[in-house]
Write a protein that binds this ligand. Structure first.
Ligand code: AMP
Length: 227
């Protein structure tokens, strides 16, 4: 039995998915795969994928399923996710969720659990409006908790800025899309018996502790079931 989980982190924008997915991935020694980061990187490099994604992303719209699924199929084909992963920001629509199931089956693997990181809309609005991100390493800050030197990353010295899609209009659109397109995925995974809800309010350490406990419990449950 592997202790390297195959897991998906669901949650509203601003719930702390990025931070927590990175911590979980480090804890279990598996890749952290953020489709948002993959698209931001492609836009920076001005690759064909970046050119296809940029307009959607700036407006806070979802990138079309076929583009997103092409990226995911490439990850599996390259073997990058053969032995465990934490997906962050994918799947984001029912079609992506269904297709992920097909891709996993093709590769003879299955999800161990799907975590819904729960944080209220009121709290995420405050977090997103004040969020600032390092252009160098991706570390996140908040106007209420800035880096030591004004807007210079404590970790890598990069410039800390507001994300293009953290404007008021784009935030509102992304949260609306979350309710319409992504929230139904919770029911989809609940029906498959894979969903675990974790309270995302608290310090990064507190939330990480809850997440690791949830993953360990799911993995232990499977070991026990397998005898
Ligand atoms: P995130 O960093 O996860 O908030 O993603 C930022 C933006 O990237 C989203 O607002 C979408 O425009 C795009 N994006 C990331 N992941 C997906 C996905 N799975 N499906 C569609 N669009 C996505």
């Amino acid at each position: 039995m592997t202790n390297r989980p195959r897991t998906v982190l669901l949650g509203r924008q601003g719930a702390g998915k990025g931070t927590q997915a990175a911590r979980l991935a480090t804890h279990y020694g598996v890749p952290h795969l953020s489709t948002g980061d993959i698209f931001r990187d492609a836009i920076k490099k001005e690759s064909p994928l970046g050119l296809a994604a940029a307009g959607f992303m700036d407006r806070g719209e979802l990138i079309p399923d076929d583009v997103v699924l092409g990226v995911i199929r490439d990850l599996f084909a390259a073997g990058d996710v053969a032995d465990g992963f934490v997906f962050d920001g994918f799947p984001r629509t029912a079609a992506q969720g269904r297709e992920l199931g097909v891709i996993l089956e093709t590769h003879g693997v299955a999800l161990d659990l799907v975590i819904d990181l729960e944080v209220s809309t009121e709290i995420v609005l405050h977090r997103l409006a004040g969020r600032r991100v390092c252009t160098g390493c991706g570390a996140t800050y908040h106007v209420d908790a800035p880096p030591t030197q004004p807007w210079v990353c404590d970790g890598c010295g990069g410039a800390v800025v507001q994300r293009e899609d953290d404007t008021e209009a784009a935030i509102a659109r992304r949260l609306e899309l979350y309710e319409v397109e992504t929230a139904p995925l919770s029911d989809f995974y609940r029906q498959l018996g894979l969903l675990v809800t974790v309270d995302g309010v608290g310090s990064a350490e507190e939330v990480s502790g809850r997440l690791v406990a949830a993953v360990d419990a799911a993995m232990d449950g499977q070991s026990a079931a397998a005898g």
